[in-house]
Design a binder for this molecule. Structure first.
Ligand code: NAP
Length: 407
């Protein structure tokens, strides 16, 4: 099927409309991106073919970002890439390099901000047979909703000694009676009511749609009262206003229900970030859907991924009300680039999320079963092999072939 014969995914109100041959843009990514993308594409195409026998198929359209884009166009993130993702509504991407402490801004963050992909959704679910540091990893089944456009990620910062930093420090010291040293670097942490509400609304709605038991607002509001504390307060207010029929707060649980959750309701609670990191380890079954500001979500995603086999096993999506971009949680792991070595599961699991988002759940479920069967047979890439007795270590491409055989 050629690109010209493919059609666009559209929305009718909030409902997604997916044609039989949708055009889906993809960004291969830097570092290990091409290796894991090739594996993912093969697996998805095989699962779609097997599920729909030629009645449906994806028409892939490559768009450029990162080093490949820079080499071809002189730009790290061409405007055309953003326009294409906007136009076709659903896309998938490999990881992109971001230098630490200078150079270009994060392309991932720019894509999220430019397309206003305000929710980063990361399910963390255990697959049997994956080595885990947890004693009972099967209890880990959480979905993180990370705010994606605000917080310190807004990129509002100036280096120590710069005219902007000095100007701000002077203003803060003189006008607001602070005592900040001239040598400070300055970063700003904006968190808005609208930004918090749309993220928390999405998290609660997800819990309702998927029969989940609880939503936890994770924050550091005891210290950052007017940003993270406000995030929590706005969350409770929103739930009281828009979800009072389904939500029971922890407070009400003990005051009104004697500590017993009424059937069919969802518990809304909040936890401070530091204790959350302890409790997700010690009592993972107490956590279900977790909504949090941007930086907390970043840390929490990798920590939780470790519980289910590491970042090689962690999928994700970045979504707005109109566009969704699916991506692996991990980075470009440059030392493994082009070695055909790393685990493609993270991007493959992201592709399953994409197929579910499109309503092509049969193909998604088929891949999940193929992946589970392959891991259960101990056919795995190096990262899982080094922790699994009796495993057969295979390359990225061989792992994809094993999944396809198990579809
Ligand atoms: P990283 O690329 O995620 O790699 C850290 C380590 O995680 C690797 O050395 C490897 O561990 C393991 N790992 C990552 N992907 C794996 C996979 N598919 N299979 C198996 N193991 C995997 O993190 P980083 O080294 O901190 O970041 C490198 C670059 O990626 C940076 O430029 C960063 O900004 C960027 N980044 C991009 C994204 C994104 O595009 N969404 C996200 C995070 C980071 P071992 O060494 O133990 O084998």
């Amino acid at each position: 099927m050629s690109q010209e014969q493919g059609q666009r995914i559209t929305y009718e109100g909030k409902a997604i409309r997916v044609p039989d041959y949708p055009v889906i843009p993809f960004i291969e990514g830097d570092g290990i991106g091409p290796d894991i993308w090739r594996a993912t594409q093969r697996v998805v195409d095989a699962a779609v073919e097997k599920s729909y026998g030629g009645r449906r198929g994806i028409v892939w359209k490559e768009v450029l970002a990162g080093e490949k884009a820079f080499n071809a166009t002189g730009q790290w993130l061409p405007q055309e890439t953003l326009e294409t993702l906007k136009e076709y509504k659903v896309g998938i991407k490999g990881p992109l390099t971001t230098p630490v402490g200078g150079g270009i801004r994060s392309l991932n963050v720019t894509i999220r901000q430019e397309l206003d992909l305000y929710a980063c959704v990361r399910p963390v679910r255990y697959i049997a047979g994956v080595p885990s540091p947890m004693r009972a990893p099967e209890k880990v089944d959480m979905v993180i909703f990370r705010e994606n456009t605000e917080d310190v990620y807004a990129g509002i910062e100036w280096p120590s000694g710069s005219p902007e930093a000095l100007k701000l420090i002077q203003f803060l010291n003189q006008e607001l009676k602070r005592n900040i040293s001239d040598t400070a670097g300055i970063g700003i942490k904006p968190i808005t009511k609208e930004g918090s509400e749309r993220l928390i609304r999405r998290a609660i709605q997800y819990a309702v749609d998927h029969n989940r038991r609880s939503v936890t607002l994770m924050h550091k509001g005891n210290i950052m009262k007017f940003t993270e504390g406000a995030f929590r307060d706005w969350g409770y207010e929103l739930a009281a206003r828009e979800f009072s029929q389904v939500i029971v707060t922890e407070d009400a649980l003990y005051k009104e229900y004697d500590g017993k959750m009424p059937a069919g309701k969802i518990l809304l609670k909040d936890r401070i970030a530091d204790i959350t990191f302890q409790q997700v380890l010690l009592r993972p079954s107490e956590f279900d859907v977790i909504a949090c500001p941007n930086l907390n979500g970043d840390y929490l995603s990798d920590a939780l991924a470790a519980q289910v086999g590491g970042v090689g096993m962690a999928p994700g999506s970045n979504i707005s009300d109109a566009v969704a971009v699916f991506e692996a949680t991990h980075g470009t792991a440059p030392k493994y680039a082009n070695l055909d070595k790393v685990n493609p599961s993270s991007l493959i699991l992201s592709a399953i999320m994409m197929l579910e988002h499109m309503g092509w759940s049969e193909a998604g479920e088929r891949i999940r079963k193929g992946l589970e069967a392959t891991i259960a047979a101990k056919v795995v890439t190096y990262d899982l092999a080094r922790q699994t007795a009796g495993a057969r270590e295979v390359k990225t491409s061989e792992f994809a072939t094993a999944i396809i055989e198990a579809l």
